[in-house]
Ligand binder design. Sequence first.
Ligand code: MRU
Length: 343
Amino acid sequence: MKVRGKPYRTIWPAADGWAVEIIDQTRLPFEFATLRLETLADAADAIKTMRVRGAPLIGATAAYGMALAMHADPSDGNLSAAAKALKVTRPTAVNLRWAVDDVTAHLKGLSPNARAGTAYERAGEICDDDVAICSAIGDHGLKLIEAAWQKKKKRGRVNVLTHCNAGWLATVDWGTALAPVYKAFDAGIPVHVWVDETRPRNQGAALTAWELIEHGVLCITGTDRTTASGDVANKIGTYLKALAARDNKVPFYVALPGPSIDWSLTDGRDIPIEERGAEEVTRMTGRTRAGEVVAVEVTPEGAAARNPGFDVTPARLISGLITERGVCKASKAGLAKLFPEKT
Ligand code: MRU
């Protein structure tokens, strides 16, 4: 996708061929800045501090983290230490474990001096695959938006509600939930996106959902981990959107790449939910009129806060899953039909 007219991915190999560059998402929207990752610790820190975030991009960064580790020390000991260090950075997005295990499997049988080259190659493939997968999700999701456009007799616009960020910044390119929106935009369909905030008060669910039925909205979100039976972990607040959508008869879709499916789980309650620092809730960051970016306290001194990053939406509330292989029911049978080799 483009930033100021220039095409970008969210992660790419640096010109020197061994370091890795990312867009530092903690500086957005106030500043567009890129950051160079040179070590395993840099990659792990970028994931943990959410300089990169979004399940597919977390996986891609972890794959490059393995390559940076092998560049420094390709021994057996460092291979397992690197995998361990990356896996504990964030617990919910299953793409992290998937990417680390994938790269490890490619490296295990190799002699140490062949490992770094193969790790970079595999990380590059994981990135390219993610772009192709998200583009395919976009093509399948586009059909839903086209159908909504036909239903409106091509009048007005198609409204899409999404939650959190499942756009290109959450992936290597295109996004999951937003890929169909970008494709629809490119196809000349007028699309309007309701962009939910994800703060604890959830005005999006309470107020925006009330408006949805007036506008014929479609909900599309992303996911950090989906079980084999179609339960979906995504940014906290997603469950409320799904309940509101059901009550207002608004279709609720989840867009996901294959690596976001955890085939070992069949019950969403077994998905580990990340607990982040309380200060993310008790403080807000913004830009003053003088242009300074500052954090301010929004709770009384000493107030305690819990900050779970995700919640789980049960499959029964989901109208369909948009994958790179097509759209299916959020159920064991639906997913098994599209991914027969996994069952
Ligand atoms: O905590 P984040 O910002 O990593 O959470 C991101 C989300 O919840 C996204 O909706 C999800 O990862 C899907 S991204 C394609």
